[in-house]
Design a binder for this molecule. Sequence first.
Ligand code: AMP
Ligand code: MG
Length: 396
Amino acid sequence: MRELDDHAAHALTLVSPLAPVTVPISAALGALVADDCLARTASPPFDNSAMDGYALRAADVAGASEGAPVTLPVAGETAAGAAHGRVPPGTAWRIMTGAPLPAGADAVVQVEATDGGVDAVAVRSPVEAGRHVRLAGEDCREGDLVVPAGARLTAVRLAALAAAGVAEVSVAPRPRVAVLATGDELVAPGEALGPGQIHDSNATLLAGLVAEAGADAVVLERVRDEPSALLARLDDVHVDLIVTTGGVSVGAYDVVKAALADRGVDFVTVAMQPGKPQGLGSVDGTPIACLPGNPVSVLVSFATIVAPMIRRLRGVDRGSPAQASVVAEGWRTPPGRRQFMPVRFVSGGEVAPATAGGSGSHLVASLAVADALADIPAAVSEVVAGDTVRIVRWSP
Ligand code: AMP
Ligand code: MG
């Protein structure tokens, strides 16, 4: 049996980071930046007013007070979006928020501290130099680092780039990941069940996990347990990674194993529970991970084997930092195999098993209450309340 860490390390050797692409910022939400993004313009680009009011020289209203306002002629007016003016000494310049500060002015008196005059203005309070002036470049200067390589482009980061004059970014492309469920017993969700049939939940699970991992899922039409049908389905699929479910065990109709064992895929057993039977390799040059059929096994295999492959395709070195939680309610674990137990967070951040019947790998409906997986070392045979366990997430 192969250790999970060895298996996952081997999986990473099958993929390499995709070449970055340049996209407009309007299409970059959620993408990972490939290169440092530097400001192309300063923000603000020019000195401007933080208030509606009057730009002037602070020295000209040094003596102003409620009782003895200083009246200055208004030499001009600038609205936001207009060009700079020039305010002569001893005059005021009417100015709106965001409008360029006229040359000569060193402060803005807000309109509330004046009589709001148009031809002349009475200023009722003094103002210190620099007051209500937003200086060019105080947010960022041209050439400043705005978003570092590797960062995920969120709404606020994209807004920062827009403000800094950056319209296009070089990002890691979203990998394309094909998802294929196999099994004679499968029917589509919602379809009436005939004898022995179950609803295919793995295709839905994997499509969602792939999207949550920052890749585009290409959901292939599920195939029956017929090797030629599986090979036909994989023919002409152009993706960065293929993930299959089911048919990798030692049963009589293990279609994936039958079709791919002599076509570049190694089928092995991995010392984990659930998720023991696994396949890894390449088909016609495309990396492929063949996961077992049980849905909880699919989730665990995705979190531990497939998600790191997708991260690598996206140029991301590591997943979320490891977390630890205290156990509120214990469970038994299999001897000699590392266990991944679906857990839910209960009060105070403690964890309890999500699946009432233990770690049964078929308990897919119970996954609805699971928040994460507890990673229990092989040597542990029982987890008891009060233990501290490592927590693994399946999505970033
Ligand atoms: P297999 O490895 O193909 O023998 O499948 C193992 C178990 O997982 C069986 O109980 C299957 O019915 C179940 N299974 C396989 N594929 C799916 C699927 N797409 N959705 C839900 N259950 C599945
Ligand atoms: Mg099957």
